[in-house]
Ligand binder design. Structure first.
Ligand SMILES: *Cc1c(COP(=O)(O)O)cnc(C)c1O
Length: 388
């Protein structure tokens, strides 16, 4: 399906609402029926019915159609956060006694899902280095029901060979799921590579303006229906119609924003590698990145997140650099119009800091929509303050 058609037309029945270009926000919790028979039919299959907005809502359904089409999936479900779009499908797919294989170092709350929440229900997880698909194959147990991927992750950017992992999972009848937030469907198409379920934090690039928290999962109609009918309705992390409308608006400009973020990141990364105070830069499309060949094979573009380390990477120098930035804002999250920085040490106690632990030294940056020169000037003045 044409990208332009998906973003501008798909799912929008303008003649149903005064030919308005922008779709209505169907701000209603509830929908009525004229006959008991219609009502009974809706109650018997809420997946197909517009009954109550914890389940289906017309504004959300426009968004769902677009997000499913972007992934080349049969269907999509949207949630009130990205982590709900991960937690709820995982809970829906697993039961007591099941085993999960997850890549090491996924998103922080995904780690907590596997480490803290699932063990309460008798579900165990093995974390493996997913840079070699063989490590995943070797971790398979008789009760392994899910292989969970995040490629690349959003701090150190390790990739998995998605087609290779999907082939291994297929041989064992194991469901595969990926967090595709970094790439979005524009830069990576996991379903085409054989992955079953694709989750994203729509808070990031899809929303794109740092004003909505949301998530999406896409996959086959049967998997989506299975997730919807029990855990989705029961946990009730429904997105509001207004937030769905903001995401539809975000989608209109997604290719522009993502392309701009990609191009500017390319320039900032190339510049940063030349700076005498900088040691390593990690970005999947950088020629020096360990898995750059795989990145270019399975991704058609690269996101605006990268990480780097300073030479003589002491706690004080990392703090001084980040504190000195004037325009690049210090915050969690990413994917908006504004560039951001987050040093790993923001989540480390001073007494736990080890100069031998490279992950603790990483400074993550997200490149938004500002001009490259505006950002490199800001980074330069902060680097120049590192006289010690
Ligand atoms: C932000 C993020 C999430 C969680 O999304 P929320 O919308 O914050 O709940 C999951 N995965 C990745 C990679 C993220 O960056």
């Amino acid at each position: 399906m044409d990208l332009s058609y998906i973003l501008n037309e798909l799912g929008e029945e303008r003649d149903q609402y005064f030919n308005s270009v922008s779709p209505p926000i169907m701000q209603s919790s509830n929908f009525t029926f004229n006959t008991v028979n219609d009502f009974r039919e809706a109650l018997s299959d809420e997946f197909e019915a517009t009954l109550y907005s914890r389940g289906q809502n017309p504004t959300l359904n426009i968004l769902r159609q677009k997000l499913a089409a972007l992934d080349g999936a049969e269907d999509a479900l949207v949630f009130s956060s990205g982590i709900a779009a991960i937690t709820i499908p995982v809970l829906a797919l697993l039961k007591q006694g099941d085993h999960v294989i997850s890549v090491r170092n996924p998103y922080s709350w995904t780690v907590k899902l596997f480490d803290h929440l699932l063990p309460k229900y008798g579900i165990s997880t093995t974390f493996v280095d997913g840079t070699d698909a063989e490590h995943i194959a070797k971790a398979i147990q008789p009760h392994t029901k899910l292989i969970y991927l995040e490629s690349p992750n959003t701090f150190s950017y390790e990739l998995q060979d998605l087609a290779a992992v999907a082939a291994i999972a297929g041989q064992h009848g194991i469901i595969t799921m990926i967090d595709n937030s970094y790439c979005t469907p524009l830069y990576q198409q996991p379903i085409q590579l054989g992955i079953d379920l694709v989750a994203q934090s729509a808070t990031k690039y899809i929303g794109g303006h740092s004003d909505v928290v949301a998530g999406v999962v896409t996959g086959s109609k049967s998997l989506i229906k299975r997730i919807f009918e029990q855990e989705f309705l029961n946990i009730g992390a429904a997105l509001s119609p207004h937030s769905a409308w903001l995401l539809i608006r975000g989608l209109r400009t997604l290719p522009l924003r993502l392309g701009r973020s990609f191009e500017t990141t390319k320039q900032v990364v190339a510049w940063l590698k030349q700076q005498p105070q900088v040691d390593k830069v990690l970005w999947p499309f950088d020629a020096d990145f360990k898995q750059s060949e795989l990145a270019r094979r399975q991704m058609s573009g690269c996101g605006g997140l990268f990480s780097f380390t300073l030479k003589n990477s002491t706690w004080q120098r990392i703090e001084s650099f980040c504190d000195s930035l004037k325009h690049i804002l210090m915050a969690v999250s990413w994917g908006g119009h504004e560039s951001l920085v987050i040093p790993a040490i923001a989540g480390v106690k001073p007494s736990d800091y080890e100069t031998s632990n490279e992950r603790q030294q990483l400074i993550r940056m997200y490149i938004g929509l500002e001009d490259a020169g505006y950002l490199t000037d800001d980074i330069k003045q902060a680097l120049d303050k590192l006289s010690f």
